[in-house]
Design a protein around this ligand. Structure first.
Ligand code: NAP
Length: 222
């Protein structure tokens, strides 16, 4: 059975990705924050060490992320370093620790979840956009570095997505207002992001690597 590691699988887009892989018959590993705290470098090292005696992952989805929205002059050092660590440093450390066995088995798929704010931007997203653009830089390099091992690496950039958090942070009127700016006239369901991630990470994908796939209902085209 193929094994997939999904970070941030407790809710939102990560939960939908986990559900999709389960439906497709994968062994799905979604560590809780207690098992793998991406803000804590020693937690990442411990997690990587514990994988040494396990079957290698066939698929790694770097999905967990955080987004503190502030104008540049209001960003605290804690928020700056927190976002850089979770959104950028942690995926690199995780891949650094887990890529060896994937290379040995000469098969792997990696999907990094960035954001529409790595395609266009908006006030208040300085650090978030920087980290998500940085994450796509990881995709660019690893696509080249790992191609000879039959490991394909891509970035998915979700647009506005109707997760529990989006519903909590926005009223129905606000969601309707944002939807007016989206050519398809609505936000994405998490499942619509999950099926694109699944394709990129499946055996069906044999030639697509190093790409930024934007799933935003046409938002960034306006
Ligand atoms: P979410 O509902 O905010 O959930 C975030 C997930 O990341 C949770 O599972 C959370 O775990 C985990 N996480 C955060 N910090 C962590 C840490 N230090 N250690 C371990 N796990 C941590 O996420 P989402 O909205 O579904 O977004 C998923 C990804 O898509 C993120 O990378 C986000 O930037 C990106 N994205 C989202 C949208 C959107 O509209 N929702 C749009 C574009 C891009 P806990 O349960 O332990 O908190």
């Amino acid at each position: 059975m193929e094994r997939v590691l999904i970070t941030g699988g407790s809710r939102g887009i990560g939960k939908a990705i986990a559900r999709k892989f389960k439906e497709e018959g994968y062994e799905v590993i979604t560590p809780s924050r207690q098992e793998l705290n991406l803000s804590d470098m020693s937690s990442i090292e411990d997690y990587v060490l514990a994988q040494k005696y396990q079957q290698p992952f066939d698929v790694i989805i770097n999905n967990a992320g955080c987004n503190d929205i502030h104008l540049v002059e209001d960003i605290t050092d804690e928020e700056l370093l927190g976002m850089i660590n979770v959104n950028l440093v942690a995926p690199i450390r995780l891949l650094r620790g887990l890529i060896g066995p994937m290379k040995k088995q000469k098969y792997g798929r990696i999907v990094n979840i960035a954001s529409i704010w790595a395609v266009v931007s908006k006030a208040g997203r300085c650090v978030y956009s920087a980290t998500k653009n940085g994450l796509h830089g990881v995709t660019n390099t690893l696509a080249v570095e790992l191609a000879e091992y039959n490991i394909l690496v891509n970035t998915v950039c979700p647009g506005f997505t109707l997760t529990e958090l989006t519903r909590k942070n926005n009223t129905a009127e606000e969601i309707a207002q944002i939807s007016k700016d989206i050519p398809l006239g609505r936000m994405a369901e998490p499942e619509e992001i999950a099926k694109v991630v699944y394709f990129l990470a499946s055996k069906e994908n044999t030639y697509l690597t190093g790409q930024k796939i934007v799933v935003d209902g046409g938002f960034s085209e306006k």
